[in-house]
Design a protein around this ligand. Structure first.
Ligand code: BG6
Ligand code: MG
Length: 221
């Protein structure tokens, strides 16, 4: 294992819940209900694709102009930004700091493969930016998760082969993207939702360098 590519929202910090609340608020305004079950389909999915999925759920794909959709996405993002305003290192999920330290000690490269355009700001607030050897810019990608492009770009930027990487994800779309990139995946969360992952752990506290090395060795080595 030469590199680990991390998703951000729901893996490094619990911002997945803020995305959910911000979309839910927008949904209420336009009469589309977003519950936790539907929200699973939004996890890992870009802002624009999320809005399109929400509109499709309410059969309202054709109800708004492109400009109106851009305004709605911007409005959701403004609300989301107020929610992340006060974030600090106390918001790093359990086990993540120790994992990043362990990876650094072993000279294993660290990359960020998050669909979020707020990713770099959040890493700054968590004071984790310096751990990351590469941060993929999702604005430069042609396709979002479940397409493998974000993980393949991360591996390329780090100068490693996909087969030498482990990807860590909390979303079904993300696990699919890692698998399509021909990488070993570790899912964090519900085994039913993340069943396609090489290994699923219930929470971030279970993520250790030893575990990632073991999962990678068993799958590839
Ligand atoms: C992903 C989240 O990490 O980023 C999604 O799981 C979110 O819920 C996506 O829609 C895009 O985030 P942002 O911050 O660019 O709107
Ligand atoms: Mg996520």
């Amino acid at each position: 294992m030469k590199a680990v590519l991390f998703d951000l929202d729901g893996v490094i910090t619990d911002t997945a819940v803020y995305h959910y609340h911000a979309w839910k608020a927008l949904g209420e305004k336009i009469g589309i209900e977003i519950d936790e079950e539907f929200n699973e389909e939004l996890k890992g999915v870009s802002r624009t694709d999320s809005l399109n999925r929400i509109l499709a759920k309410g059969n309202k794909e054709e109800a708004y102009s492109q400009t109106e959709k851009e305004t709605m996405a911007a409005e959701k993002n403004e609300l989301y930004k107020t929610m992340i305003e006060e974030m600090s290192p106390k918001d790093i999920l359990p086990g993540i700091k120790a994992l990043l330290d362990g990876l650094k000690e072993r000279n294993i490269l660290i990359g960020l493969a998050s669909a979020s355009q707020n990713g770099p700001t959040i890493l700054e607030k968590l004071q984790l930016t310096d751990y990351f050897d590469e941060i993929v810019d999702p604005a430069k990608l042609k396709a979002g998760k479940p397409d493998p492009e974000i993980f393949l770009t991360g591996a390329k930027d780090l100068g490693v082969k996909p087969q030498d990487c482990v990807g860590v994800e909390d979303a079904a779309a993300g696990v699919e993207a890692i698998a399509a990139a021909d990488m070993v995946s570790v899912g964090v969360g519900d085994a039913d939702t993340l069943g396609k992952a090489t290994k699923v752990v219930p929470e971030t506290g279970a993520l250790t360098v030893e575990l990632l090395e073991e999962v990678w060795s068993e799958a590839v080595g």
